[in-house]
Design a protein around this ligand. Structure first.
Ligand code: UDX
Length: 427
């Protein structure tokens, strides 16, 4: 099929590359000329495992192309995907990029077409977008909703073997077309109306953080009652109705989706006259978790971190990404700096992003260099390389052998045997 994607951000780029690889002709419209030039050479604006190779391969095969020009792509597209951002500020969702893309599509339509909203938008908004587009075109079109559920760092896996594909449509014929497009992709498919599809996205991105905040509260209680959260979660997860996933306790959730979507659904529910009180607690708990962790650091460092050198391992909001949006590292570092600590920080790929926002931090690629003569090691993001550090060597490097584990990845017994003072969260 001939497919057009509006927006070469995370969602647009990954989806276009995957559909191109499945044999479709994909054109991506991106207003940023420099980005278009770079993408045409296979240079990505962010790090995602496997994506650069996939983009290069399909650009080479001419199945994936980038352009600034709506005119060139809209008239010939069989399906047009809106993949632009919907940032949220104080619970208010900014739909201006969606409306602007919808207008440009409408202005360039020449024959009946199918437009699919992939961006995360409030349930029910398709009707408003349709009305808006009709102001700019007389040509007939359908508007469907196929929300994305991509995890950063695992975007290709999630695209090629997703848990589910949700297809929100108003007509059977549109469902048929979208099911045909997704035919080569395995996974359960659910066809429903567009508002339900959009609600599925928000509900999922609010439920997973709810599980995380729940696990974090249990972890704090485990600390207080002398239980081990890892065993508790294991035991809970053995019940199929609960399941073990997304109950990883530690520093809480960050990233470009969970914080934004929890806030957005919270805001939407308030506007609808039904404040979603669980979500208020989820957000509060997530924030409190950082404070709780910082207090732990303070206590382990003897009550004060003033002028102490603390090494933060991991800056990205989770492993395998360079994304530092809403990363817990930023909050932990800023809190510790306020208390007078000198921060050294390491990350395999996020240092250049972190440099733009963090001040008075010494950055190191090599954790062993950072740890020389430092007062404590603080694990914030569980990158694989940090899980497998040589602690015999680290013991010799650190001034005081303190390890504070914000993601519960290290083995307490092993570290204590080596002479470290170790604390995780809830174990
Ligand atoms: C998430 C959703 O998983 C995805 O389906 C959606 O489309 C976009 O948002 P992503 O933001 O890439 O994906 O990251 P994810 O792997 O879900 O992790 C989000 C945050 O939760 C990270 O900060 C991670 O460290 C944290 N997390 C995750 C926990 O604290 N505990 C867990 O058990 C799992």
């Amino acid at each position: 099929m001939k497919l057009t994607f509006i927006g070469a951000g995370y969602v647009g780029l990954v989806t276009a590359a995957v559909f191109a690889d499945l044999g479709n002709e994909c054109l991506v419209v991106e207003i940023d000329e420099e980005k278009v030039q770079k993408l045409t050479k296979g240079e990505l604006p962010f790090f995602e495992p496997g994506l650069s190779e996939l983009v290069k391969k399909n650009v080479f095969k001419k199945r994936l192309q980038f352009t600034k020009d709506y005119k060139k792509t809209i008239p010939q597209a069989e399906i047009i995907f809106i993949c632009v951002g919907t940032p949220t500020k104080n619970g208010k969702i900014d739909l201006s990029y969606v409306y602007s893309a919808a207008k440009s599509i409408a202005e360039n339509l020449e024959s009946p077409s199918l437009v699919v909203v992939k961006s995360t938008v409030p349930p029910g908004v398709n009707r408003k977008i349709t009305k808006w587009m009709r102001r700019f075109t007389k040509v007939d079109f359908d508007l469907a909703s196929v929300p994305e559920f991509l995890r950063e760092g695992k975007a290709l896996e999630d695209s090629l073997r997703p848990y589910r594909i949700v297809i929100g449509v108003e007509k059977r014929s549109v469902a048929k077309k979208l099911l045909a497009l997704h035919k080569k992709i395995p996974g359960k498919k659910l066809v429903c109306d567009p508002a339900s599809a959009q609600m599925i996205k928000y509900a999922s991105n609010a439920f997973l953080p709810t599980k995380i905040s729940f696990a974090n509260s249990i972890a704090v209680l485990c600390d207080k009652f002398g239980a081990n959260v890892e065993d508790v979660i294991k035991g809970m997860g053995m019940d199929k109705r609960i399941g073990p996933e997304f109950l990883g306790a530690g520093l809480g959730y960050g990233g470009s989706c969970f914080p934004k979507d929890v806030q957005a659904l919270s805001g939407l529910s308030k506007k609808a006259g039904y404040p979603f009180s669980i979500l208020t607690a989820v957000e509060k708990t997530n924030k409190k978790q950082v404070d709780y962790f910082v207090k732990k650091v303070l206590r382990l460092c003897g009550g004060s971190v003033k002028d102490k050198i603390l090494v933060v391992l991991g800056l990205s909001f989770k492993p395998d990404t360079s994304d530092i949006r809403e990363a817990r590292s930023l909050l932990v570092i800023s809190e510790l700096q306020k208390k007078g600590a000198k921060i050294s920080a390491c990350d395999p790929v996020a240092i250049s992003e972190a440099r733009k926002v963090l001040k008075r931090v010494r950055f190191f690629n090599d954790p062993y260099k950072a740890l020389r003569e430092a007062d404590a090691l603080i694990l914030v993001t569980e990158w694989e390389v940090y899980k497998n550090l040589d602690f015999v060597r680290i013991k010799k490097l650190l001034k005081s052998p303190i390890v504070i584990d914000g993601r519960n990845v290290y083995n307490r017994k092993k570290l204590e045997k080596l002479g470290f003072v170790y604390e995780g969260v809830g174990k």
